[in-house]
Each structure stands twice: as C-alpha cells, then as structure tokens.
Write a protein that binds this ligand. Structure first.
Ligand code: GTP
Ligand code: MG
Length: 288
C-alpha cells in the first residue's frame, strides 16, 4: 500500500480483539420496539408473525455465519453464540457485532412483507437493532446466560399474558391491571388466568413460553454419563485449528439444516442430546 503523509491516522484505531478461549455472545435488541410494535399493530402481548419474522432473520444469520453454534431469541432480542475456538474476523468485537446486526436487520426488512403483507414498512418507522458482545469463560456460565434469558422469557410472558387479559378481556385500565398484579407470584398469575379467563397457562404456545432456539441439526445422540457442560471446555481451542481444518469444519456445518425449536434449554437434556453445540464438533447428518 502506498505510504502517504496521512498514513499516521491509522494509529488512532483501537484494537478490539475479544479474549481468546471464551464463549462470545452477541446479543442484539430491537431499538424502540415498544413504539415500533404499536405502529405496526403487533398483537398483545405476543404477535406470532413478529416472532416468526425474528426467527426467519436469525436463521439467515446462522446460515450466513457458519461459525455460529446456537442462537436464542425472545421478544425483540436475539443472542448469537460463537465457540471459544472461533477465529472469525480475528475475534474483533466491532466486526462481529456490526456484521450480525446488519445481517439480521437486512434480513428482517427483506422478510417483512412475507409476515406483514398488509402493513408495508414506512421510511419514518424502520426497524433497527443495537448489539453488544459479551464473553463467558466456561460452557457452564454460557448455559447460565442462556438459562437467564429463557427464565426471563417465561417470567415476562406470564406477566404480560395476565396483564393483557386483565386489560383486553377484563376491562381494566393499564394502571388497574398493573396494580392488580403488584406483589403477585407465579401461582397467583396462573390462578387469575384460570379462574377469570379459563386459561391454563401450560397450554399457551411453546414459542411464547420458551422463546426460540436456533441451531444446526444433526442426529440426536443418546445422553452420555458425563454432564453436558464438562467435556466441551476441554476442546475450547487451546490447540489452534489450522486454516484447512477450520475450512473443513465450516463446510460440514453448512451442510446441516438450521432448525428453530421452542424447547427447554435450562435442563441438561437439550445439551446432552445435542453435544455438537458445545463441543463444536459437527455431528452425524441425518440420512437423506
Ligand atoms: P430499547 O430496546 O431500549 O430501544 O426499547 P424497546 O422499546 O425496544 O423495549 P425493550 O427492548 O425493553 O422491550 C421490547 C418491547 O417490544 C416490549 O416491551 C414490547 O413493547 C415490544 N414487543 C416485543 N415483542 C412484541 C410482541 O410480540 N407484541 C407486542 N405487542 N409488542 C412486542
Ligand atoms: Mg428493544
């Protein structure tokens, strides 16, 4: 590259390589989605079309970046997870975050007309997302992070379902419903839903109760005796993979189908039957 007297400005750029050997989570979140959801008439408290659209965008991101191991989404947020051995963009935080945010946003806008055919996007109200990268040092802490998001999904959904039933079917004002729910625990909300509205919370759609998990599908495995979180940290990337090995793994990952499920990711079973997510070693492709 030609050397010019302006070259020195390069020195103002700050390195932002994320620590090696840690799990990287890039969490994106819809900006001002409270207003956005009102503007486009999302159903309250859950709009199935809006959630399916978020999931379609997440699947595109997973396909675009085969290094991603798993993603978890709820409401207007999505968390994307890279393995500790990931070397994508030399682990530069801003490159990883901005790529995921822009890829997700582009896809969200692209798919919008499929899910909201009668509500074209307006230039003054376009969907945008922010994003951040957070590191987690062990598989066990990564799982706690994902469990935190799924528990949040459940707590918010139970609250919102009860709140909006009190308002939409119970005729309460927002303030009255808020007051009625003050100090209540889960069992109280279940009781309100059942006794006043005949709703058994357990029968609510899984996508609302559990959020959405996106990952590459291989043949499910029989759970091994060791716990799901013990093995993977051993292969967290201490031994650096050669470029050829990385390329081979990437190709294998691209062959796997990316699936969206609404299942429990807090208990061991999910991880034990899908060891490839934490181990980063592709599993067996299902017979065609
Ligand atoms: P910032 O993220 O800080 O920019 O604010 P925000 O308005 O996006 O709020 P936040 O991310 O905390 O919460 C997401 C908001 O999106 C919820 O509070 C809802 O108002 C709205 N939202 C997300 N999903 C749905 C849905 O399925 N239906 C409806 N009606 N609203 C939703
Ligand atoms: Mg938001």
């Amino acid at each position: 590259m030609a050397n010019s007297k302006y070259e020195y400005v390069r020195n103002f750029e700050q390195p932002d390589h994320l620590l090696p050997q840690s799990w990287i989570v890039v969490r994106i979140d819809g900006r001002g989605f409270h207003k956005f959801s009102d503007k486009y008439g999302f159903e309250k408290p859950n709009d199935r079309r809006a959630l399916d659209l978020m999931n379609a965008a997440a699947v595109d991101v997973m396909k675009d970046l085969p290094d991603l191991n798993i993603a978890y989404g709820v409401s207007d947020e999505y968390s994307f997870v890279f393995h500790p051995s990931c070397q994508l963009f030399e682990r530069r935080s801003s490159k990883l975050v901005s790529t995921i945010v822009s890829s997700f946003t582009a896809s969200y806008i692209f798919h919008w007309p499929e899910f909201f055919p009668d509500k074209p996007l307006e230039a003054s109200h376009l969907p945008t997302f922010d994003g951040r990268a957070v590191l987690y040092p062990t598989a066990s802490i990564l799982r706690d992070y994902l469990s935190w998001r799924q528990v949040d999904c459940h707590i918010n959904n139970l609250y919102n379902t009860t709140f909006w039933n009190l308002v939409l079917k119970g005729g309460m004002s927002n303030t009255e419903a808020e007051k009625a729910l003050q100090g209540t625990v889960s069992s109280d909300k279940n009781e309100i839903l059942f006794s006043r509205f005949g709703i058994n919370y357990n029968n609510e759609p899984e996508i609302f109760k559990k959020g959405s998990v996106v990952y590459r599908q291989y043949e499910l495995e029989e759970p091994q005796s060791s716990t799901a979180t013990e093995t993977p940290d051993a292969s967290r990337g201490k031994e650096e993979l050669s470029r050829t090995q990385q390329e081979k793994l990437r190709k294998l990952r691209c062959k796997a189908k990316v699936v969206v499920e609404h299942v429990d990711i807090i208990k061991d079973d999910f991880w034990a039957r899908r060891p490839w997510i934490l181990s980063n070693r592709p599993g067996r492709l299902p017979a065609a």
